[in-house]
Ligand binder design. Structure first.
Ligand SMILES: N[C@@H](CCC(=O)N[C@@H](CS)C(=O)NCC(=O)O)C(=O)O
Length: 221
């Protein structure tokens, strides 16, 4: 792992959770180095990487200029978003109510959208070879229903509001990479008018486009 650096080090892979961190770094205009952690080869499990993220998952960052000017490591994508938003004073809502809303929707993503969408992805694309058909169907139905419910919640909100909180915040950044997987997850986005409109709005942002391509396709995935 890098230990002599003057800008943020991002440990990531081309996945939804990884892209939350890279979109945020791009939105903040921060300089950062990318370290590809190939989770398909188990690189997240090495002792060196566990010193960056004891949970052995991506993403993680190391900021040489953390609290008190000292280096700090941050793992869990939601914590990375909050850390950078507070450090840069950006994308966390303009007042106490907006901030509360941004945090609420961020928690909704971390506790609901991420885990449930992840399970549907697993049962559709990653189940171990030889998994019994009944088990596959059960997993797909159980988590698929919850994904539909969560999409309805997002859609209900986004039919009324432009963004999840009162303005564009880390909550939108957290949800976007999961919605970007809609075709892989069998979600018909056109059914959700508000969510679809929001998705197109975010997709048009240059920083979102740059962040979605980290690490670049030629280096991973
Ligand atoms: N709650 C964690 C989840 C991180 C996570 O599950 N990352 C996946 C990629 S999206 C990973 O590293 N998987 C490797 C593994 O399961 O060993 C976060 O939001 O950072």
């Amino acid at each position: 792992m890098a230990d002599d650096f003057d800008r943020i080090q991002l440990y990531t892979y081309r996945t939804a959770n990884g892209r939350k961190a890279s979109i945020m770094l791009e939105e903040c205009g921060l300089d950062y180095d990318v370290h590809v952690v190939d989770i398909t080869k188990g690189e997240q499990l090495t002792p060196a990487y566990r010193r960056v993220n004891p949970n052995a998952r991506i993403p993680a960052i190391v900021d040489p200029d953390g609290p008190g000017g000292k280096p700090v490591r941050v793992f869990e994508s939601g914590a990375i978003l909050l850390y950078l938003a507070e450090k840069q004073r950006r994308l966390l809502g303009g007042d106490a109510l907006s901030r509360l809303e941004a945090i609420q929707w961020l928690m909704f993503q971390m506790g609901g959208v991420g885990p449930m969408f992840g399970q549907v992805f697993h049962f559709l694309h990653q189940a171990a070879e030889g998994t019994h058909d009944e088990a596959l169907q059960y997993g797909r139905a159980r988590y698929g229903e919850e994904v539909t419910r969560l999409c309805k919640v997002l859609d209900y909100r986004l039919r009324e509001y432009e963004f999840l909180a009162r303005s564009y915040t880390i909550a939108d950044i957290a949800v976007f990479p999961w919605i970007a997987l809609h075709e892989w997850l069998g979600i018909g986005l056109e059914e959700y008018v508000g969510l679809n409109r929001w998705y197109e709005r975010l997709k048009a942002r240059p920083a979102v486009q740059r962040g979605m391509d980290v690490p670049p396709r030629e280096t991973a995935g």
